[in-house]
Design a protein around this ligand. Structure first.
Ligand code: UD1
Length: 314
């Protein structure tokens, strides 16, 4: 049976990929996670089908034997968050750049066939034109964005120079069940949901007119699987947007959530956040064409499913 590995597989998105793999009939999935932000509980009902290896991608010697001989690797392990990369640049750099290099190196040396890399829409920075297409010049505004862009470059170079098949997917603000709302660095929708259920006002940084292409986690996980199986001659060494294709402002999003819940709560407004991108929206044409991307959830469907999950689990 071929070995399939998810680095960061105990995290919010990684555990979604684990579930998608198991749902697609991959018998046993190996997870590499240091459990820093990942949690074993994210794997709860699938735990028996998962081989969880607690290891840090910054430790090459620890991860290389695990990655050895895998057929497909989904590289999700990272220290996420734009603001965290500004307040704690060193761990963010070592995990996201050194750790990512270790993963590619171990995969190439260990005879892995393909790596699907979790890149980030933050790499675009502010573009004059929306939606953002893969051919646009990258313009990172934060350490996190620069690190994730470096990971893409290394993916392309490992495909070109070391015979490793790689595909980079730029995730666009992924949300859904299991996104942890407990940190100041948590994704905005998880924080919005926490406040909505507690009936307290969220803090919106800036005027709230910044916009995002929020993408439901199951759609991203589905696309990752497709990227791991697509024709290497077409996709290897390339980067694709992994977004839904829509765009909504934070103000509209909060109003929509309040409407779903039937409450009226005025948000508080704080100063704009350093490193923030103003608007984000994916052009999904290339991913549709080459990977068969077909998002199944509208933003509102995803919001409702996520809200119900938080109601049951918070
Ligand atoms: C960025 C990337 C995203 C990546 C994520 C990793 C962009 C466009 N997107 O997300 O693809 O997965 O980093 O961490 O760069 N906000 C509030 N109040 C809060 C928290 C956040 O108003 O309490 C605002 C932020 O200022 C920002 C928006 O909400 O404008 C989204 O923030 P967040 O959820 O942290 O994600 P991004 O930084 O956009």
């Amino acid at each position: 049976m071929s070995k399939v590995i998810v680095t960061g597989g105990a995290g919010f998105i990684g555990s979604g990929i684990v579930r998608a793999l198991l749902g697609a009939g991959v018998g046993r999935v190996v997870v590499i996670d240091n459990l820093l932000s990942g949690k074993e509980s994210n794997l709860a009902e699938v735990r028996d089908s998962v081989d969880l290896q607690v290891a840090d991608i910054r430790d090459f010697d620890a991860i290389a034997p695990i990655l050895q001989g895998a057929d497909r690797v989904f590289h999700l392990a990272a220290i996420p968050s734009v603001p965290r990369s500004i307040s704690e640049p060193v761990p963010s750099h070592t995990a996201n750049i050194d750790g990512t290099f270790n993963v590619y190196r171990a995969c190439a040396e260990g005879g892995v066939r393909r790596v699907v890399y979790a890149a980030s829409s933050s790499a675009y920075g502010d573009t004059l034109v929306l939606p953002k297409t893969e051919s646009m010049v990258s313009c990172p505004k934060s350490p996190y964005a620069a690190q994730k862009l470096m990971g893409e470059h290394y993916a392309a170079v490992y495909a070109a120079c070391f015979g490793l098949e790689t595909v980079s997917l730029r995730f666009f603000n992924v949300f859904g069940p299991r996104q942890d709302p407990s940190s100041a660095y948590s994704g905005v929708l998880s924080l919005f949901m926490k406040h909505l259920l507690a009936r307290t006002p969220p803090v919106i940084f800036g005027d709230g007119e910044q916009s995002r292409d929020f993408t439901y986690v199951e759609d991203v996980a589905g696309l990752c699987l497709k990227a791991s199986l697509a024709d290497a001659k077409v996709v290897s060494g390339r980067m694709y947007n992994a977004g839904n294709g829509g765009r909504i402002t934070l103000n509209e999003t909060w109003r929509l959530l309040c409407g779903i819940e039937g409450v009226e709560i005025a948000p508080k407004f704080g100063p704009p956040r350093e490193g923030d991108v103003r608007d984000s929206q994916a052009d999904t044409a290339a991913a549709v064409r080459d990977l068969g991307h077909a998002p199944r959830f509208t933003f509102e469907q995803g919001l409702r499913l996520t809200l119900e999950w938080y109601r049951a689990n918070l």
